[in-house]
Design a protein around this ligand. Sequence first.
Ligand code: PLP
Length: 475
Amino acid sequence: MKVIFEYSREGKKGFHIEEEKGRDLLPEDLIRDEVEVLPEVSEREVVSHYLRLSVLNYSVDWGFYPLGSCTMKYNPKVNELVASLFTEAHPLLPEEMVQGYLRIFKDLEEALKEITGLHTFTLAPAAGAHGEFTGIITVKNYLEARGERREVVLIPDSAHGTNPATATLSGFRAVEIPSDEKGMIDLEKFKAALNDKVAALMLTNPNTLGIFEENIKEISRLLHGVGAFLYMDGANMNALLGQVKVADLGVDVIHLNLHKTFSTPHGGGGPGSGPVGVVEKLAPYLPGPRLVEKEGKLRWTGGLGRIRSFYGNFLVMVKALAYIKELGGKGLEEVSRIAVLNSRYLRKKLEGKFKVSYPTETLHEFVLSDETFRDKITTLDLAKRLLDYGFHPPTIYFPLIVHGALMIEPTETESRETLDAFAGAMEKILEEAEREPEVVKTAPHKTPVGRLDEVGAARRPILTWMQYLQEQDQS
Ligand SMILES: *Cc1c(COP(=O)(O)O)cnc(C)c1O
């Protein structure tokens, strides 16, 4: 079905609908051939309509959003304001005309080098997963240039799914390393898996349990001993900002998620940014183009191939740089300190009624198991019921090594009152599970749509193109 709009000299508008045979999925009686004028509504009605729609959607601005590992913190509006001062310059403009823009890339690269202690950064990758791919490909470029054949990338069992996906996509074999009873990488099993076929270990630190990998320096030393690299998944950088330079921990490659740690609202699938930093010896093997400065002028040059069109998501970088400059070193240190404090506070509040997955102290997030409620309700039930109390649920059923996991990351932007209210809602739901489990099992009750059949939606999706094919078959 096609809608054809018509404009006359007098500005009179109309439209008609052209049907393409067989493609039309609208019922006959709803189809109009001609409409004289477009229906009109007043500005007042339009504003009301969209305002109401906008608050149906839960967001970081709306309320508490403890989606573990995603760092859904409140992003100060001043950074949006700064970004709005820029228009996206055409990427093919001559470099002389966009020196100011290039200076922003350069300043951000320098700031990220300072924060991590690493030698060189590329800002090109569009998100964390893309950064992982870029970082591991850089290691591969290095190894290939030296004629080394290494086929294995080691990955702890607590890792985000993008890590094994990255290793596989980059042409390596992902080998899983189990965690020990403290929730850290099992050092003995790691040693047993380490040999000269290993290209890298991909380590998230703090890991997805919120636990700092305390053997990281030893792990790095062992990797370097066999000529392998330590890749750090930096998605949890909100726990370490300003506390430690990852280069001092022996990290060779890292990706950062600007949309998590550095002030870009995310979750709706908008643009992200996953800059990659490397140690000096890997720098020549980063994808291009690289930004170089000569006699005060910046220009793009060199690098090995490209991993995306042009130079990255510029406005995300503007926001990140604004955020870093506003806060400064002390401010960034405070971000991680309060993020950790908030998480530990909430953990302590919940520990009595819920089971924390591992006894080890945690940093910016922690993971509960379903041990104290699994005989009455499921983790999914609890998550859905939280919506009725006005909270976005935590990440659930991840990491995979925790039964019925609830992964909670409160972030630094929440007040004590909010944390108390959330803990209160969690406890209330436990009581409900005891007294009236049906209420929890059929939640949510106060949202615009109720419980969806998620398994059905995944296993038996109703897709319009399928419907179309079925109709074709029948006719
Ligand atoms: C979010 C996340 C990723 C992937 O980052 P994207 O920006 O979503 O592609 C990788 N690892 C961890 C631990 C993460 O939390």
